[in-house]
Design a protein around this ligand. Structure first.
Ligand code: LHQ
Length: 259
């Protein structure tokens, strides 16, 4: 259900249920969580690319899954979120290395919002982002209401959520929901180029940068300046900072170790 390729300095993790557009069942959740846990714990892995096999990225929850929490007269979807989706969103967000999402095709429901939980989202021009939830009588989950509102503002967030309008990759990029829309045939090359660059980068400083930007969402300027002070103090003690300055002064490329 998930392919996990370990490459030189980074990992490529591929959702792999293409006949279901990589919709999530329990097995795919567990396999993705295990792959990301391994990436998190492996110092040799300094960036992650997340993508999907086949023509879709991810169609969200597999609506034919037999998860007991989803069955019966009064299914408890809260249990499904609490058990699987919420931890996944936080795992992606809190991973102490950059996560690049290569959205290769349609990203619907929780599939769209899991893409948005990644640090840098590249999408193939043919891909679409669909907040499909309202079509089946649900509420956007997996952070959807948070990402849409933060990135786009309430007007566009509400329209996307209430209408389930399929947002093109180019509109998503122009609106600031994702980093870039790229030609379909260039998608993986561009995602890999980013991961390769991150794999040679100051991994610890990247992790601190993620933390700082996440904190900014809810902080005042005064609070955020304090966050930056604390994180910069930590970055300033790293080997990579020493190396970065030395390389600059010696007019050579830095050799970051990620620490
Ligand atoms: C699927 C699915 C799918 C199963 C395509 N499941 N088979 C959280 C907690 C608990 C419960 C509920 O949900 C959540 C979060 C959520 O994610 S809710 C939202 C769930 N996702 C959706 O509602 C999206 C459903 N899919 C679609 O609307 C379409 O498939 C999209 C727009 C994604 C793609 O349309 P097409 O390109 O026309 O493809 P298709 O519909 O023909 O799909 C291809 C196959 O994949 C097809 O199977 P088949 O056997 O006919 O070839 C679909 O049944 C299957 N598939 N999504 N979520």
């Amino acid at each position: 259900t998930v392919l996990h390729e370990r490459r030189d300095g980074y990992a490529v993790v591929t959702l792999n249920r293409p006949d279901r557009l990589n919709a999530f069942n329990e097995a795919q959740h567990l396999a993705l969580r295990a792959a990301l846990d391994e990436c998190a714990g492996d110092d040799a892995c300094r960036a992650v690319v997340l993508t999907g096999a086949g023509r879709g990225f991810c169609a969200g929850q597999d609506l034919s899954d037999r998860d007991p929490a989803m069955l019966g007269a009064a299914p408890d979807l809260g249990i499904t979120l609490e058990t699987f989706y919420n931890p996944l969103v936080l795992q992606l967000r809190n991973l102490a290395k950059p996560v690049v999402c290569a959205v290769n095709g349609v990203a619907a429901g929780a599939g769209a919002n899991i893409a948005l939980a990644c640090d840098i989202v590249l999408a193939a021009k043919s891909a679409k982002f669909i907040q499909a939830f309202s079509k089946i009588g649900l509420v956007p989950d997996s952070g959807g209401t948070w990402w849409l509102t933060r990135h786009l503002g309430e007007a566009r967030a509400k329209a996307l959520a209430l209408t389930a309008h399929p947002l093109s990759a180019e509109d998503a990029a122009n609106w600031g929901l994702i980093w870039r829309a790229v030609e379909d045939e260039r998608l993986m090359a561009e995602a890999i180029a980013l991961a390769e660059a991150f794999a040679r980068g100051p991994t610890h400083a990247y992790a601190l940068t993620k933390q700082a930007i996440h904190a900014a969402s809810t902080n005042t300027l005064e609070e955020q300046l304090q966050v930056e002070r604390a994180l910069q103090r930590e970055a300033g003690r790293s080997d990579d900072y020493k190396e970065g300055v030395a390389a600059f002064l010696e007019k050579r490329a830095p050799e970051f170790k990620g620490k």
